[in-house]
Design a binder for this molecule. Structure first.
Ligand code: MG
Length: 174
């Protein structure tokens, strides 16, 4: 049975993951309407990944005999002035998520909950990837400025991104 402090913290993390999903879906819808189909595709996959993160925590809390409680999802921004602005918002948000995962990790250690700490290792590594891929796109956007052909090529490239079920969910056959 999981301790109540960790149960509350994991429930808060489930909400944060769904908020992330909602933010990225909002970005996808913005770029869909702007005609940047490839960028929209990238954010749609980001949306699916965040839902998967929430599900991983949901399954984990259930497996520990905890009780999942879903809270309201706060509103998200609905439009962005540029592609760069959206990716800068993404990086800023992912930095916050990294801090949340680290806080959760510290709490698991303080409460001697080593099962939760172990479960979080995958998320720690995932955050490194999230920050890195976002930073790479920001660097390229800064490099190309408003060069239409370069933006078109980036849109094509991001349009080729496909969804892969994250390992902790794939392992459960979901
Ligand atoms: Mg996440």
């Amino acid at each position: 049975m999981i301790n109540p402090k960790l149960q509350d913290a994991i429930n808060a993390q489930i909400n944060a993951e769904f908020w992330s999903a909602y933010l990225y879906l909002s970005m996808a819808m913005h770029f869909e309407s702007e005609g940047n189909a490839g960028i929209a595709n990238w954010f749609r996959i980001q949306f699916k990944e965040e839902q998967a993160h929430a599900e991983i925590f949901i399954n984990y809390l259930n497996s520990r005999g905890g009780r999942v409680q879903l809270a309201p999802i706060a509103a998200v921004k609905t439009s962005w002035g540029s592609i760069l602005e959206a990716f800068e918002d993404t990086l800023e948000h992912e930095n916050k998520v990294t801090a949340l995962i680290n806080d959760l990790y510290a709490l698991a250690e303080a409460e001697h909950d080593y099962a939760t700490r172990g479960k979080l290792d995958w998320f720690v590594a995932e955050q490194v990837e999230e920050e890195e891929s976002c930073k790479n796109i920001i660097d390229r956007l800064k490099l190309v400025g408003d060069n239409g052909m370069a933006i078109y090529m980036l849109d094509q490239e991001l349009g080729a991104r496909t969804y892969t079920v994250p390992a902790p969910l794939a392992a459960k056959g979901e």
